[in-house]
Design a protein around this ligand. Structure first.
Ligand code: P1T
Length: 387
């Protein structure tokens, strides 16, 4: 089923119905978990349709892909074993000698993959603050094939102008890829703004229950989807059928979860901004955020991701190690609240000078505000901060 069957339906209806249909043998309303590595062929060279081997094709995976394509306003989507595998596939379309301009404040693992793995294969990377369109323009070279951004960024919550960067990329003969993990398709749909690829660590808001590692890329152009499928088939980073099933199940409540994440995120950000123990709050929904107006234009909600500067590593430890409901852990986007110190955890692999230059200091604390009761979350933070 293509997304066009659902074009007229609202986001929540698409989240529940797009890409899924009753199973033809029994009428089962839920997409079966096709837990199989291969498919029996009736005659040599005549598989059942395109189902010949599990790495190449799996119906549970295809249902997830059709669903995500519909949510991201794409023509197609390709699911991967992790968010990093999904980003890697976008860059592996390129060849030695090609160049990528990338946001400097991506997830630490993305920067590590670019600088310590893909750069060794001869792809060049320039790291810029992509919230500054002119900085991106200045970094573009004749051999630039891709601009890769994250918006909001992890964990500084910088916002980049997707429409302006798509135009800049296309003028330069390059493509734009947007890591939409922090926003989720409920809050932001980069393909509608002109991006060529939108990529998710579906581990986060998309699945939403902290029980799957996964990644997915949605595209507006089916040729790009075919290229990515070819890369996945050829390099092997496929998600398992069970993980695709769980992610599809998680997506059925994406719109409901995101409304609550957005509301709780805003409430926690306002509370923290007013608290004397907090030096600075980074949340695109607050008027104090440097790109607040752009965020209002480009996003429908501001998520549950909030970063705060409490000044020192000692104070960051005191806050993150003593909460009751905010669990000290990497990752984000699940229904339960998490808290972390990016400089020592998710971004420890980024060289210290580069972290300091961006303002990613040891006193920066990142909260993934879950969907528990707002009053309990605020009371938890107040109790620790008031000490
Ligand atoms: O973990 P994985 O599914 O491979 O996704 C990597 C990734 C990609 N993009 C963004 C914006 C991310 O935040 C991540 C993973 N991030 C964390 C694990 C974290 O705690 O920030």
């Amino acid at each position: 089923m293509s997304r066009h069957d659902h074009d007229a339906a609202g986001f929540g209806t698409r989240a529940i119905h797009a890409g899924v249909a009753p199973e033809p043998v029994t009428g089962a309303i839920m997409t079966p978990i096709f837990q199989t590595s291969t498919y029996v062929q009736p005659a040599v060279g005549h598989p059942h349709g395109h189902y010949d081997y599990g790495r190449t094709a799996n119906p549970t995976r295809e249902a997830l892909e059709a669903n995500m394509a519909a949510l991201e306003s794409g023509a197609g989507a390709v699911a991967f074993a992790s968010g990093l595998a999904a980003i890697e596939a976008i860059v592996k379309r390129l060849s030695a000698g090609d160049h990528v301009v990338t946001e400097e404040n991506t997830y630490g693992g993305t920067t590590r993959m670019f600088s310590r793995v893909l750069a060794r294969l001869g792809i060049g990377f320039s790291y810029v603050d992509a919230s500054d369109v002119e900085a991106v323009r200045a970094a573009v070279r004749p051999e630039t094939q891709l601009i890769h951004i994250e918006t909001p960024t992890n964990p500084l919550m910088r916002i980049s102008d997707v429409g302006a960067l798509a135009a800049l990329a296309h003028d330069a003969g390059a493509l734009l890829s947007v890591d939409n993990t922090f926003a989720s398709p409920y809050n932001q749909r980069p393909l509608e703004l002109g991006a060529d690829f939108v990529v998710h660590s579906s581990t986060k808001y998309v699945n939403g229950h902290s029980d799957v590692i996964g990644g997915i890329v949605a595209v507006g152009d089916l040729e790009l989807a075919e290229e990515l499928s070819f890369l996945r088939k050829s390099t092997g980073a496929v998600p398992g059928p069970m993980d695709c099933f769980l992610t599809l199940r998680g997506i059925k409540t994406l719109h409901v979860r995101m409304r609550q994440h957005n509301a709780n995120g805003m409430a926690v950000a306002r509370f923290l901004e007013a608290h004397p123990a907090v030096d600075r709050v980074l949340y695109p929904g607050l008027p104090s955020h440097p790109q607040h107006e752009l965020a209002c234009r480009q996003m429908d909600g501001f998520t549950g991701m909030v970063s705060v500067d409490v000044g020192t590593i000692e104070r960051a430890r005191a806050l993150t190690e003593h909460c009751r409901w905010f669990a000290l852990a990497e990752s984000l986007g699940g229904v339960e609240s998490l808290i972390s110190v990016p400089a020592l955890m998710t971004h420890a692999s980024v060289p210290e000078e580069r972290r300091e230059a961006m303002g990613l200091t040891p006193g920066l604390v990142r909260l993934s505000v879950g969907i528990e009761d707002e009053a309990d979350l605020i009371e938890d933070l107040a109790r620790v901060l008031d000490r």
